[in-house]
Design a protein around this ligand. Structure first.
Ligand SMILES: [Zn+2]
Length: 316
């Protein structure tokens, strides 16, 4: 029998569930659709079916369950703290009880950016560095920080997680978090529609003829010379770059890992961010590598595996 953990990554559009061996080898991976707006209880019922199947396979001995969650998480009590979350009802859900009741297994839940950072640190592009800053560019902007080989969490479990909600424009618009001029409200997929529609020249843009506007279409139309797309692209890179500089000054990492769906356009984003770091940060030029996340699909799952094997060895 092979000792494994089950890792669950609750993403914006997909839920990934996997069986992972101690060394990070993923034996099986099953992907479910997140189907927006469904309650946490409904989603857990879908996941239960997959976990039951995994646990019934006699090739494996399942030791624990890890969850990467898109929100603020109290890791001491395995509870979700965010009220504004993708999965309604998550803050009332007792995950420990769920795992005990169904399988008598310990559970570990962690913020998804932190889990992805751990996954990249142990198995991906963060290997060899113990001071890491990770940023994820996608529906929102996530961040996490590792200092001297230890995940930064803080008293309220917020530390390092709010890179997307740092104010970079105090005259800026109000973000959905209540703060003003957040990186995320200036440059993220959820903010794109509003950013475009408040422009007077928006209807003249090629983006107006796109079925749905996302960063794939912004980068594509910008490449073709569309003026609005070029401005949105350049402003977004600037917002991410300034956000990264602020995080560098706060946490002094030795490497920066950038992940998330928007990094499909990495060839334009990376050099843009590097230029801003060179121009505006206190770090000596060229001394801070900025790399792309390399365990894109599985970093969160691998991170929860690391937590189960190392931080919570004795169970919950
Ligand atoms: Zn915000």
């Amino acid at each position: 029998m092979r000792n494994v953990n089950i890792g669950i990554d609750l993403g914006g559009t997909l839920i990934k569930t996997a069986l992972v061996e101690e060394d990070g080898n993923i034996c099986e991976l099953k992907t479910l659709e997140a189907k927006s707006g469904r309650s946490m209880d409904c989603v857990l019922r879908d996941i239960e079916a997959v976990v039951h199947k995994f646990c019934a396979d006699k090739t494996y001995k399942v030791r624990g369950i890890g969850i990467a969650f898109p929100g603020i998480v109290d890791v001491e009590n395995n509870r979700v703290l965010s009220k504004y979350v993708k999965y309604p009802g998550a803050s009332q859900t007792n995950f420990e009880d769920w795992a005990q009741r169904n399988w008598r297994l310990p559970i570990a839940i962690e913020n998804d950016a932190r889990a992805a950072l751990l996954g990249e640190w142990q198995y991906g592009s963060g290997r060899g560095s113990d001071n890491l800053l990770m940023i994820t560019l996608g529906t929102g902007v996530g961040s996490a920080v590792l200092i001297e080989g230890k995940l930064l969490r803080g008293k309220n479990f917020l530390a390092g997680n709010l890179g997307g909600h740092m104010s970079i424009d105090y005259h800026g618009i109000q973000c959905n978090c209540g703060n003003i001029g957040c990186v995320e409200s200036l440059a993220s997929t959820w903010a794109l529609k509003d950013l475009l529609e408040k422009r007077e020249d928006w209807t003249k843009s090629a983006l107006n003829r796109e079925k749905s506007v996302d960063y794939e279409s912004v980068f594509r139309c910008a490449k073709a010379g569309d003026k609005v797309a070029v401005e949105i692209r350049d402003n977004s890179i600037k917002a991410w770059g300034i956000g990264v500089v602020n995080l560098i000054h706060a946490y002094d990492p030795d490497k920066i890992i950038i992940g998330g769906g928007i990094m499909k356009s990495k060839d334009e984003i990376l050099p843009g961010i590097e230029k801003i770091i060179e121009k505006h940060s206190w770090i000596p030029v060229g001394s801070l590598p900025v790399v792309v996340a390399d365990k894109k699909e599985t970093a969160g799952i691998l991170g929860t595996n690391y937590i189960l094997n190392n931080e919570r060895k004795n169970g919950v």
